[in-house]
Design a protein around this ligand. Structure first.
Ligand SMILES: [Zn+2]
Length: 333
């Protein structure tokens, strides 16, 4: 199969039957990438198949595939471009700055590298009108970036600036056990306690693509007042349920992870790690018909809905997950 970028009847029908009555009229997307395909030397297949320039308008038009007819605003940032130069990262940040500024309710985060001077970061973020940071392990200087410890890609002097400025940080943790890793737990707790005015968002249910890592590790992070969790692109409901039970619904944020929302596939835990499937996966061997595979953003919403049903969330808690929590975190009326 080749990778496609399209909305199909099965996506529309699933939303209408399962999700239309669940998703409120107003949605804040706390994890929405804006980018240009030309920034990649070799773009991911979905990026190559989709629109080349993700402006705010194009993002809104496209995200309606998984959130049809909703009033939508978002927290935006670029993508890491590990093979590209500092000037490319600068143009990625400038792109986000220029695009999110079209919407007074939107917010933007700055793609930051651990080698960036903290005072330069403070000035740049302010100059661009952004109010937060998006670190990525791709910029860490360690040999195995997937085993990097948090300060390797988000150094403490940069966290201190974020605290002084009251910025949000969206952090994708790495290392094999994810949030069950002792180093990750130690650093998250240290940063949150020492820098209380920094708002730390662990994305993807604290990288909860394997729910058992969340069940094992997240209790170590309970009770931190400036810790938030976005549920973007997680397709297993147990990880979402664990976040509800351990951290609480008032600290959870909806996020699409656009363009990952538009991958046709899903993800799930295997052993102590996880796998993602897309149209390139030999899904015949997985014993289902490829015509039933949905957009990942739809699968994510199904997992969230199931988790909220299992934990008995009220309508107000569901509305806050889709809007009020993000509004509080980001200072939006
Ligand atoms: Zn993302």
């Amino acid at each position: 199969m080749s990778i496609t970028w399209e909305l199909r009847d099965q996506d529309r029908e699933t939303f209408a039957q399962e999700l239309d009555s669940f998703v409120p009229a107003r949605v804040y997307d706390a994890h929405a990438h804006l980018y240009r395909a030309e920034w990649w030397d070799d773009p991911p297949a979905e990026v190559a198949a989709g629109p080349p320039d993700i402006t705010l308008e194009i993002y809104r038009e496209q995200i309606a595939w998984i959130l049809p007819g909703r009033e939508l605003h978002g927290l935006h940032f670029a993508y890491p471009f590990p093979t590209n130069s500092a000037s490319d990262i600068a143009s990625a940040n400038a792109w986000v700055s220029q695009e999110f500024a079209k919407d007074p309710l939107a917010r933007g985060q700055f793609l930051v590298r651990p080698t960036d001077d903290p005072e330069w970061v403070r000035q740049e973020v302010r100059r661009l009108g952004l109010r937060g940071l998006k670190p990525f392990t791709y910029y860490s200087q360690v040999a195995d970036i997937l085993q990097a410890e948090i300060p390797d890609y988000f150094p403490e002097p940069i966290a201190a600036v974020a605290d002084e400025q009251g910025w949000s940080i969206t952090l994708h943790i790495v290392r094999s056990p994810g949030v069950a890793d002792a180093s990750n737990q130690r650093w998250i707790r240290h940063y949150c306690e020492k820098y209380p005015d920094m708002q730390l968002i662990l994305d993807h249910c604290a990288r909860g693509f394997n729910a058992y890592n969340v069940l094992k590790g997240l209790p170590a992070l309970a009770g931190l007042d400036n810790l938030w969790i976005d549920t973007s692109s997680v397709c297993n409901s147990l990880a979402v349920e664990a976040v509800v039970r351990i951290i609480g619904p008032h600290r959870m944020l909806y996020g699409s992870d656009f363009y990952i929302s538009h991958v046709r596939g899903t993800n799930f835990g295997v052993g102590d790690t996880f796998v993602g499937i897309d149209e390139d996966t030999p899904i015949g061997e997985l014993e289902y018909n490829s015509n039933t595979v949905l957009l990942l953003g739809i699968e994510n919403l199904r997992a969230v809905k199931a988790a909220f049903w299992c934990t008995g969330l009220s309508d107000t808690e569901v509305e806050n997950y889709f809007w009020g929590n993000a509004a509080k975190l980001l200072g939006i009326e």
